[in-house]
Design a protein around this ligand. Sequence first.
Ligand code: GLC
Length: 733
Amino acid sequence: MKKILLTLFSFLIGFTLHVYSQTSFLFDENMAVFYPAGFDSVQTLPSPAVERDLLPISDIPVDWGIIPVYGTDSGKVTVTINCEEGTDFYATGEVTGHLRRNNTEITLWNTDNYGYRNYGGTRLYQSHPWILGVKPDGTCFGIIADHTWRQKIKLSDAIKITSDGPSFRVIVIKRNNPKEIMKALGNLIGTINLPPLWAIGHQQSRYSYYPDSKVKEIAEQFRQREIPCDVIWMDIDYMDGVRPFTFNKTYFPDPVGLNSYLNSIKFKSIYIIDAGTKQEPGYSVYDRGIAGNHFVKTDSGSIYYGEVWPGLCAFPDYTRPETRAWWKGLQRNFMQCGADGIWNDMNEPAVFGDTIGTMPDNNRHAGGGGLPAGSHLRYHNVYGMLMSMSTYEALLEANPDKRPFVLTRAGFLGGQRYAATWTGDNVSSWEHLKMSIPMSINLGLSGQPFNGPDIGGYVGNATPELFGHWIALGAFYPFSRNHNGEPSEQEPWAFGPEIEKVSQTAIGRRYRLLPYFYTLFREASQTGIPIMRPLFFADPADLSLRDEEQAFMLGDDLIILPRWANDAKLPAGNWKKIKLEDTEDNYQVTVILRPGAVIPMGKLIQSTADYNTEFITLLVNPNEDGTATGTLYDDEGNGFGYRSGDYAMHRFDASKEGDRLKIEITLTEGTRRVNRHYRIGYVTDDEVIYTDYSSDTTQYMDMVNEITGSRRDRTDFTDFLMNAGQKICQMQK
Ligand code: GLC
């Protein structure tokens, strides 16, 4: 009640004091919201994206500058925002084309777009009504058009948003740099939940592996060939006639046995569940769906049917709390088969066989539990997000001690709270390989850091050369999954021994870098800062980096430079290439370490089931002043113990004193005790000089090492000094 009164009060203040034709106020530091005149909140709120109530704290400063102006164009609601000359635009979700979004127009209308062939690629599977603006001086602003209806975003000198729905509120936030704006976005729309460690491992998929003996054989091949991998995916052929929550009894007679076998060889299994429910009296999901009034209705009130993989289907109305509860029950039961994760697909929802590719705009969703009833035009863009939310909750209920992993194809701003995503049915082509980088970056800049494309391409056949380059890069996507459609084989060994070796090396790099990856996932889950970042994050005021879209950053400390990216623009400073292997091939990406960085690496393992941080290499590239810092996050890799302190965050402070390199290791957060041997990898221009691992495994072990030119002196690190919760090691004399 107090909240409502406050909001009403602010409306009154707004109307009396402001000259704007709309109500507006600051609800947080440098975060403003603008409501149109006559705003009808029932039409667009509650917001599925924004988690917070926006309560006024003060008027908008007179020099605020970024003011949405409401208008109409051919009868449609528009919002225009003038921007400072030289502003670069980014984000806008899952988009084809270039990283920099200036002079583009997209439609936010979740669309099944096989090969990205339709609509010139200007509509894809997801909708993120969020625009990131980076001004010439590197300061940033962000805009949320806070509604779900179909809309267009046009970015030229100004931002123009045109909605097919009613008028909506606009949120404008300002921050000093790109990382801060991502944190502010995370604060508004939430962040990813920390995934289970295995979901960060490499993954193998195909449409489709069947029967179950084929699934086992593929998993066994990875182990025999010593190509690291964590997950194998079951596409639609595991089902009985593509009926969700069923198994084909001939091909998959014993799913529990299959999953426990996969687990025994350190694989996890993920099963696809599509949105459409086959129209078939006698199929229990359909029968219960009818009985429970769970399906989306047409404008005339009958059940809507549309064609998808199983034939004619009805579509659960996930806007209804009762339907979500029902779906969760189905999903919970399904988890008894021992599946480790769930893949939600076709949930735009995709409908075959007519030109619009989905259900009609005027279909009806019933809503409930605070969500108003509404047309499909209103709820289409959040259909997939509501489905993946139900799936996420079901997995948590089924296995309360495990972190859920859900992958979804359709999504909306804020959907990262429930599911990771991939970029749908891309093509095995050089164009799509290269474009995957700006696509993934822009998704990350839209609040969805846990994403990646189908490695190797989904549509068509990859050549050995294309696959070699794609797997070399693909090992560094936040979500690293090789998936393809029929008929070609795309396992790492399908292209001959050379590419198999390339794949083994590339995927091995991901596994060796897991300590660094996992630390980045932790950061993303805490702050919203993406894992894969554009190069301008390194120096937001360096305009030459603004449209670099082949090289990218992993976290703050690594630049990933694909083999083909010869003319990439890199940030200034003494960034150093890290030589990660003794051997060379023509495919591996160049990995480059920031001056002033310490990054943790682990030993090569074949599955995250074998992950531990007992042996950690600290790669160090001191700054000009001889210092370098880094962090390492560690926990049990699954479960929720980390929420009550069962984790360890260590900080590494390296300093060069003369020809000695000293590293102080400090436990900065958490209560987890780790038993660790460290070694240093000192990165020089030509090589990495490694010390031996320290022989002592004391958990707070710090060490001092000596590096003289390219000669290294091995030292024992056994003498410790306790100091305010940290131990500083002194070299034994
Ligand atoms: C869709 C998905 C694709 C999947 C196929 C069959 O096209 O995008 O990844 O393999 O459906 O389920």
